[in-house]
Design a protein around this ligand. Structure first.
Ligand code: NAD
Ligand code: ISE
Length: 342
């Protein structure tokens, strides 16, 4: 039988995940939705197939959805500050939960999620760090693990969005919502924790929305000495562009451009720049959610854990402090609990 999924938050990514569960992946069906925007929840549910005679339920609260007997597992795609309460409630009900990143915008909330999960006695949470499933980053990790080009020394990253959503996207969110992807992917690529963060504020782009300090440069220091520079530019206009190049002792490894073809004509050549994150990481989202459905069906857990969500949030805390003070800020983190052993 399919895993019956209840989706909390049916905005951009909630709807995209519903599309993939319903039309692309195997082994899952959406049986219930909830959103604080009840009209939106109703519109989304109205066009879903449901399961057999059972129409998709629209719940007034996240708690009602989690308690629904037709929901085996919960997908949280609401705004970051709402994640803690919803994930902890799903854990309390003993239901596996896929939570979009960030697990929570600050580390104390992530710690409470970990405590709830450890008290439940088994892993129930997968965090939506989809870059770990991207073919480019996987090939980059394989090249690094192969060690044919020596030890990694530094990494250059760029994370450019064409624009920000029209609800109040803040400078802090460039760190907690956007840079959190690089915080996770470098932990995964290098198998090391991040120990310090510094934030630099270059000249501000004229087209940046009022009050937004855009772009930013984030410097991350890894425990093994690797230094990561991350350019974050969320109103870059021209497209969605995620770049990465690792410099090792005797070679480099970089993400390739992702255009399917390049066209040469009239003494020029060019390719396609992705429109947005849905476009750029479409296969990675498919892969992460298929792995989640498979794990739920098997009664196991996979993918990025609450510890990974927590570790990224601890770096976020340090980076936000660095943004406020202009100072290099150490990351404060306890030992990784045995429960989350690698
Ligand atoms: P969005 O604003 O388009 O959608 C969020 C939806 O959640 C809205 O419909 C809103 O009404 C609803 N919502 C807010 N608080 C709620 C609550 N307490 N209970 C129920 N519903 C609530 O935002 P989005 O872009 O879809 O982002 C949602 C989450 O997904 C965020 O955590 C974001 O960081 C994450 N996200 C991840 C990726 C990725 O690449 N992995 C991409 C985009 C967004
Ligand atoms: C968004 O929430 C995402 O997660 C996207 O992947 C990222 O590129 C964007 O900057 C975030 O706002």
């Amino acid at each position: 039988m399919d895993v019956r999924v209840g989706v909390i938050g049916v905005g951009m990514i909630g709807q995209d995940h519903i599309r993939r569960i319903t039309q692309v992946l195997t082994g899952g069906s959406v049986t219930a939705v909830n959103d604080v925007d009840t009209a939106r929840a109703g519109q989304v549910a109205a066009v879903l197939p449901g399961v057999g005679q059972h129409r998709v339920s629209v719940h007034a609260t996240a708690q009602d959805l989690i308690a629904d007997g037709n929901v085996d597992a919960v997908l949280v795609a609401s705004w970051g500050p709402a994640h803690e309460e919803q994930v902890v409630a799903a854990i309390g009900a003993g239901k596996p939960v896929f939570c979009e990143k960030p697990l929570a915008p600050a580390s104390d909330a992530c710690l409470r999620i970990m405590e709830a999960e450890m008290a439940a006695g088994r892993r129930l949470v997968q965090v939506g760090f989809m870059r770990r499933y991207d073919a480019g980053y996987r090939a980059m990790k394989a090249a690094l693990d192969d060690s044919g080009i020596g030890a990694p020394l530094l990494m250059h990253c760029a994370h450019r969005n064409p624009s920000v959503p029209d609800y109040g996207f803040t400078t802090d969110m460039i760190i907690s919502d956007s840079a959190v992807h690089e915080m996770d992917i470098v932990r995964w690529l290098f198998g090391e924790e991040i120990v310090a963060a510094t934030v630099l504020t270059p000249r501000r782009a004229g087209q940046a929305p009022d009050g937004l300090q855009d772009p930013l440069i984030l410097l991350l220091e890894m425990a093994n000495g690797v230094l990561v520079d991350d350019e974050l530019f969320v109103s870059a206009r021209y497209g969605y562009d995620v770049r990465g190049e690792v410099v090792c002792e005797t070679g480099t490894v970089a993400l390739a451009d992702v255009s399917e073809v390049t066209v040469r004509a009239q003494n020029r050549y060019g390719g396609r720049v992705p429109v947005d994150w849905r476009d750029r990481f479409i296969r990675a989202y498919d892969a992460e959610l298929q792995e989640w459905l498979n794990a739920v069906a098997a009664g196991s857990a996979a993918g990025p854990s609450s510890w990974d969500g927590y570790a990224a949030a601890a770096v976020t805390d340090a980076a936000l402090e660095a943004l406020r003070t202009g100072q290099r800020t150490a990351v404060s983190m306890p030992e990784r609990p045995e429960f989350y052993a690698k």
